[in-house]
Write a protein that binds this ligand. Structure first.
Ligand code: SAM
Length: 215
């Protein structure tokens, strides 16, 4: 049974306020963050930290991203209900839950078998049903392409060309690109076959592994 009491809802509302103060303006993103119970993604030992604006360990050397980072990437994707979204780096499933909550049709891929299995088992119990894949997401999932939006939740050394190829016309890719410790957030929009690139602040993600990631 997943408990979500008034105290947790109160902490979540505070987190939403904080994200608004930090510059997140998309009400639909904030609404989704206000709805998805982040504490259920945490181990008992870390439960008290679930509504801090920080990344936390989820096992296998990986992390659940900081709420601000989740909100920032989701806002830049300009999600509309019905959008077909590819997420690379399922991790805890929190980001996928936010996207499903916003009405997107989500394909999510994870490279670490244990995380893939845990999240595939756990997320549907919360009522969130993205399509789960196991494998190297640095190559995308060509069999299910094209995607309206692609979201990479691990730091890449360069933008994988296969991800650009799998974007639909008008599609948006958001990806942290840089070195292993720190990456610049990059947004690429495909418009009339052309690529429009925008760059934002630096973030710190775990590395994107695989053929088009870090070796
Ligand atoms: N989106 C996640 C969440 O909401 O919890 C956070 C993900 S964590 C910051 C990055 C994830 O990317 C890790 O789970 C890692 O195993 C995964 N990853 C790294 N390289 C990958 C690849 N080539 N394909 C798929 N997943 C990958």
């Amino acid at each position: 049974m997943i408990e979500d009491n008034y105290k947790q809802r109160g902490l979540r509302n505070k987190l939403v306020k904080k994200l608004r103060q930090k510059g997140i303006v998309d009400d639909r993103v904030l609404e989704a963050i206000g709805k998805v119970p982040r504490h259920v993604f945490f181990d008992d030992a870390l439960l008290g930290h679930a509504y801090e604006d920080k990344a936390f360990p989820i096992g296998e050397g990986q992390t659940i991203s900081q709420p601000y980072t989740v909100a920032f990437q989701t806002e830049k994707l300009e999600i509309k209900p019905g959008d077909k979204v590819l997420e690379i780096g399922t991790g805890s499933g929190y980001q996928a839950a936010i996207l499903v909550e916003m009405g997107a049709k989500v394909y999510t891929i994870e490279f670490q078998r244990k995380l893939y299995e845990n999240t595939k088992d756990f997320l549907p119990k919360m009522g969130y049903n993205p399509f789960f894949f196991f494998g190297d997401g640095s190559k995308g999932i060509p069999a299910k392409a094209p995607y309206d939006k692609i979201l990479v939740t691990a730091g890449a050394p360069v933008i994988p060309t296969s991800l650009i190829d799998q974007l639909s016309e008008g599609g948006i890719l958001i990806i942290p690109v840089g070195d292993r410790d720190k990456q610049k957030m990059v947004k690429v929009k495909k418009t009339s076959g052309k690529l429009i690139r925008e760059e934002f602040d630096y973030f710190a993600f775990v590395p994107l592994l695989g053929e088009q990631g870090w070796k």
